[in-house]
Write a protein that binds this ligand. Sequence first.
Ligand code: PLP
Length: 517
Amino acid sequence: MMRAARHRSALSATHRALARGRALFSTQPIEHQSTAASLVNAHHVPDPWSPPELHEKPNAFERSKVSQEHWSDDWSQADLRAAQHEHVVGTWGPTNAIRDVPMFERGEGVYLYDMDGKQYMDWTSQAICTNLGYSVPPAVIERTTEQLERLPHVYGGLGMVEIRCRLARLMAEIMPGDLNGFLFPSGGAEANEAAVRIARRYTGRTKVINLYRSYHGGTASTLSATGDFRRWFGEEGQSGFVKAFNPTPLNFSWGASPEEAATHALAALEEQILMEGPNNVAAIMLESIIGSGGTIVAPPGYMQGVRALCDKYGIVYIADEVMVGFGRTGKLWGFEHYEGVVPDIVTSAKGLSGAYLPIAVVGMRAPIQQFFEDNPLGWGATYQGHPVTMACAYECIKHMIEHDLIGNAARLERVMIECTARLIERHPSAKRGRAVGLFGCIDLCGPDGKLMQPLAGPPHPAVTPFKRALSDEGIYGFVRPPFLHTAPPLVVSEEELRDGFDRVDRALDTLDEKLGF
Ligand SMILES: Cc1ncc(COP(=O)(O)O)c(C=O)c1O
């Protein structure tokens, strides 16, 4: 009886709504609607929503969980390894790959010492960054500490500090042409990220052309700009990054001579620009000398041709000097190896502070700098223009200049070439080599004459014993087969360099044997 009354009243409410010209729509769940008529043309009514149940966990900071150990200096090696294995996470490789790496305690000159006191020569300046070695120049310590004590931070988006003005002025003096405007991000990838943003905003175009054999950083955009296998880790990628083939490909040749290869590679690049639509291309971003892809200087005329193509089509030329900038190749900048070439934007990092503190630089030419006088750059970061890192970088550059570290790299190129040639003569696994300044690389090959493995591939079984042999010889560095890099700190002496090559020589016996020569 009561149910029938409720049905009647629901029906009459519907009729009243219809009479007022409203849609036939009930907010009541379907099962409560009483007539077939009210179900016709009815909108879906969602089921009542109940929130998922929270499985509560205690989340308050508990002071008692912080052990007293942290106020003690006496952690044994076993304590440290236990903490590492329980908490430290690896990066490009699986965490297991760094499980047993040396635990370093201190450094001096070009040497590192592990907790057992074993000495290693730093054969690649870590990731081609500890250019000033491990004995930090007193002026660097003094000025960096002084900045830390006096004024540790001013956010660069809000205020100005003396050291930012000084460093920017110094950068303008050591860069060619009208490369006059500077940003100071925290690392190489961040610098390249900013450079791409600048080029896009300045040109109003989107696409960026990079080479396949290249690395530009681990952030989303710079990994998309990267050509080598590391890009595959972020293949969902950013749009607008277009790849061109290097003028020095691995598996084919653009021409019989380096000059012919450069001409053909440039013709292909121009064709590609035309197919992409020149008005869509904001930038061509290139490593001045390919670094982790094997120390490759572009063939004669190539970089000049790229510069000319950029001029022809109004494209911004970005020189990625993150690895080779600040003297690594015996010249202050890698692009100085290409006569007459001045980039529109230059990025660098690593050697800028000898990796003592994280800092990078982006330099831009006057017209670009001018454009951003009135237009927002549209890039920023909390730590850009950090006073303490800038103070460190400022003193490092002055130290490099005063102690002629660039000259040291240029003078030792002769030794690099001589010793690399000796390794190639003595070891069948060392097939070819290259060296520019203190930047060298050897191609490791198997008995079939081919590279022992692709850069992207899983490690060849000979890799682990070879790495162990290097470590036993006291060589620490960046071994990423098929490339064996040679890039000690720029403070290395001739005697130390020759000693390093002798150590590598002995370790290569193991590789020859394991590769089956
Ligand atoms: C040429 C080049 N560009 C960019 C980067 C990225 O620099 P970072 O690791 O400081 O972000 C690297 C790092 O090795 C590099 O070699």
